[in-house]
Each structure stands twice: as C-alpha cells, then as structure tokens.
Design a protein around this ligand. Structure first.
Ligand code: AMP
Length: 280
C-alpha cells in the first residue's frame, strides 16, 4: 500500500495505475475506520482495480461549536485497516496541504442540501461538496463509494457530480449496523455504556415506522410523529428531526411510497446521531 499526504505523489501514483489500465475507485472518509467504512472499501474493490481511501477531517464541514477538535483521530489503526483490506493508496492530507491559506472558492448544492441536516448545520454540505469536488479533481476516480448511512450526503454528491459533469460514477453502499441495529459511526464512541444500550431505540423506531408503512399507513406526518415520539420516550435521546423525504431530491413528502426514505437526527447531550431507512 502506498501512503501519501501530498497531492503530487497522489497524482503520480494514480497516473501509474491508469497506465496499467486499472480503473480507479475512491472512498472518502474522515478516518476512525470501522466496519461501515470497510464495506465501502470492499464495494470499491469490486468495481475498481486501484482503490484509493482518503482520510481527512475536513474543517470546512464543521460548524462553530461542533466537534471538529474532539473528532476521533486514529491514523495508525486506520492505516492498518487499509493495509489489511487491500487498499492500494491511502491519502492522508493535512489541512494546509489541501486548502490554500486564503482559499475562497466553494461548491454549493442548493436542492438536496436544503432540508434535514442542511437546515440545521448551515454550511455543512457546502463544506462536504467542496472537499469531495477537490478529491474528485485530485484523484480523478472512475467510481466513488459513499455510505447510505449519510443519506443526504449521497444525494448532494450525486447532484454535484451530475450538475458539474464530474466523470465519476457514484455508488451508495448499504448501512452497516451493530448487532442491535445501531448504525456504525465514528461518533458512537462518544457514548457511555448505558447511553449506547439505549441508542438501539433509533433503528428500532425506524423499523417500526417502516412496518406501519407495510401495514398500509401512507400519512407521512403521522408516521414521523410516531417515530419522533418513540425516540423521545428513551432518554437521553431527543429527536432533532424525523422526516419522510423523496430519495432523489431530499424534499419532504406528504404521502409515503417506495421512493421515500425516513430520516432522523437524534441528540443525546452534545452527541448527535443520524440514521435513515428506505421504504423501498
Ligand atoms: P465518515 O468517515 O463518517 O465521513 O464516513 C465516510 C464514509 O463512510 C461516508 O460515505 C459514510 O456514509 C460512510 N459510512 C459511515 N458509517 C457507515 C456505516 N455504518 N455503514 C456504511 N457506510 C458508512
């Protein structure tokens, strides 16, 4: 595995892979790799002969008062995971290497990013779209793999790639969950044991909502209210939003059908977790 932190050696290594007629796959991450990330690496492996993983905690996507400083960083363990999983190139830039000190250009998606987390974390998806656009330009992958766990992020990236004509195929990989259904997340380690035990309520409640859809319920407002109530009944968890949205546009819907995803953001003190379930 090649490990680089600067853009020039990255470009050279990718160019060499291309010279060897390999297709290039990219898995962008913020590190602290878990089995969710590993499933993206596996998916990339299945689609590309040369797999690049990037690890970068992108300051541009964190708002004031969010957990940028506290965000878990485990570079040695991450490198081991990548090595074991057959990653070809690990790209670990630092902030100064990625952003010019006076950088002044942003990528702004304005439809899929308008609601859900976008409405609660101003600037977040601009930060995400900007760094992903930069990674696409640096790596020039044929395929890039993202997790369905970050439903809105996938929708934003798909639109950005389409609207700005990036020659890359976007693949969304299913959410990997713990044994009790909690979606794996680097932030799960912020929870104490009791909070962690109670966090199973998030997926359990999403499943209950999907079940009422299967039983014939079509009223999005009623289903979302019940979803929120269930989660609120399990302190310290408090619903930030529970919404039914169209899978492509991320816009709220009034009636449920197979194109709809249920999306939640949940708080427990300073911790914020997101999850979603497709009704398809
Ligand atoms: P992050 O490091 O949290 O920015 O995530 C990097 C990539 O991994 C994103 O595309 C996430 O959607 C994806 N990811 C994070 N958690 C999971 C999970 N539990 N299952 C599948 N993909 C995930």
């Amino acid at each position: 595995m090649i490990t680089v932190s600067a853009v020039e050696p990255l470009r050279r290594a990718v160019a060499a892979a291309r010279d060897n007629r390999k297709t290039v796959g990219l898995v962008p991450t913020m590190g602290c790799l878990h089995d969710g990330h590993r499933s993206l690496i596996t998916a990339a492996r299945g689609q590309a002969g040369f797999v690049v993983v990037s690890i970068f905690v992108n300051p541009l996507q964190f708002g004031p008062g969010e957990d940028l400083e506290r965000y878990p960083r485990t570079p040695e363990a991450d490198a081991e995971v990548c090595l074991r999983d057959g990653v070809d190139l690990l790209f670990m830039p630092d902030t100064a290497g990625l952003y010019a000190a006076d950088h002044s250009t942003r990528v702004d998606e304005s439809m899929a990013s308008s609601g859900l987390c976008g409405a609660r974390r101003p600037g977040h998806f601009t930060g995400v779209a900007t760094v992903v656009a930069k990674l696409f330009n640096m790596v020039q992958p044929d395929v890039a793999v993202f997790g369905q766990k970050d439903l809105q992020q996938v929708a934003v990236i798909r639109r950005m790639a389409r609207d700005l004509s990036f020659p890359v195929r976007i693949v969304a990989a299913p959410t990997v969950r713990e044994h009790d259904g909690l979606a794996m997340s680097s932030r799960n380690r912020y929870m104490d044991a009791e909070t962690r035990r109670r966090a199973a309520v998030i997926y359990r409640s999403l499943q209950a909502a999907a079940e009422s859809f299967r039983d014939g319920e079509r009223d999005a407002a009623r289903v979302c209210r019940e979803l929120a109530d269930r989660i609120n009944q399990q302190p310290p968890f408090q619903i930030e939003y529970a919404e039914a949205v169209d899978r492509g546009t991320m816009q709220p819907v009034a009636r449920l059908d197979e194109r709809v995803c249920l999306a939640v953001a949940v708080r427990a003190g300073a911790l914020r977790l997101i999850d979603n379930l497709s009704l398809a």
